[in-house]
Design a protein. Structure first.
Length: 322
């Protein structure tokens, strides 16, 4: 499991800002309290002096532990006295301490060299925000995927759309819950409005919540951004080569909507082939059936998909207005 460098940097900046705000607010409260309660200011000065004395003792040789213990006991007594004074005057006992969002790590993001749970959650939240810039992630879950909208009448191939949708829903949910870096590649096939994007995003929701990094975008946007990056026009693009290739899960939505030229075909082949070689799962969805894909794309692409992707064929008519 790994996130793009920029995700980690954003998390670090947020944690730093949280900690700075907590310390700054505590300082403002402390100044107000000391102004109102002079005895508190006296205690604070004594505590500062004890802290300085303890730090100085560490530079001396010999047995200073007894003196350190004595000073710490004195510090505790003063801290307890301060708390009692604050309580008597209507303040919380810890009113002069920073109020960290995460008291466990004090908004540092790490505890003893290990990443804190608050840091993990922040990374997930940032990852979700990245996807929400380009897709309605919050609106597409497994719980609100409504199979009742699908027809119960067999189509010309003898497929009952609702039964097919129910099976795909179960398979997609299982895929998301059990997702790992060794998961299979998926290909969602079927006409427009059959829920392919919805289920793709439902998978993304679960995979992000499980701590994996995800890159999601339409085939058109990914190809256009990678072309811009190649030619040095990368200041405002979303999809960069490293993000596309290195994410734990890549979702390519609407395969076939990209500009039909050799650059797009070469880009798609590079993405698909590179991720197969790196054993990184990819989910592709398209409105085209596989025969159309074979006629539209270089055989190198379709042969890689044939050999490495599990196909899930959606059936029926557009359900978006059902």
């Amino acid at each position: 499991m790994s996130y793009p460098k920029e995700i980690y940097l954003r998390a670090e900046r947020i944690l730093e800002k949280r900690r700075d705000n907590a310390v700054m607010d505590a300082q403002i409260r402390s100044d107000e309290i000391k102004s109102e309660l002079p005895e508190i200011e006296k205690i604070q000065n004594e505590l500062s002096g004890i802290g300085l004395e303890i730090s100085q003792l560490f530079f001396y040789k010999g047995n200073t532990q007894e003196k350190v213990d004595e000073l710490r006991a004195k510090s505790k007594a003063l801290t307890d006295k301060r708390g009692q004074i604050l309580l008597r005057n209507g303040y919380p006992e810890n009113a002069m301490q920073p109020e960290y969002i995460c008291p466990v790590c004090e908004d540092r993001g790490f505890i003893g060299g290990r990443i804190c749970n608050c840091h993990r959650q922040l990374l997930k939240d940032i990852m979700r925000d990245e996807i929400k810039r380009v897709a309605p992630l919050d609106d597409c879950t497994f719980d609100n995927f409504d199979t009742e909208k699908y027809d119960t009448t067999s189509d010309e191939n003898g497929i009952i759309p609702r039964e097919r949708a129910e099976k795909i829903l179960v398979a997609a949910h299982r895929y998301a819950q059990n997702f790992s870096l060794s998961s299979k590649n998926l290909l969602f096939l079927g006409g427009p409005g059959l829920g392919k994007t919805h289920l793709s995003l439902a998978i993304v929701n679960v995979v992000i919540n499980r701590g994996f990094s995800v890159c999601y975008g339409t085939s058109q946007n990914i190809c256009e951004d990678l072309q811009s990056e190649q030619f040095g026009r990368d200041s405002d693009i979303i999809y960069k080569k490293r993000r596309v290739l290195d994410s734990d899960l890549l979702v390519i939505d609407d395969l076939g909507t990209e500009i039909d030229n050799q650059y797009s075909i070469a880009t798609l082949y590079n993405i698909i082939n590179s991720r197969i070689l790196a054993k990184k799962p990819t989910l592709i969805n398209t409105n085209y059936d596989f025969k159309v894909l074979e006629s539209k794309y270089d055989k190198r692409i379709t042969s890689r998909i044939t050999g490495e992707y599990v196909r899930m064929l959606f059936a029926g008519k557009d359900i978006r207005n059902s």
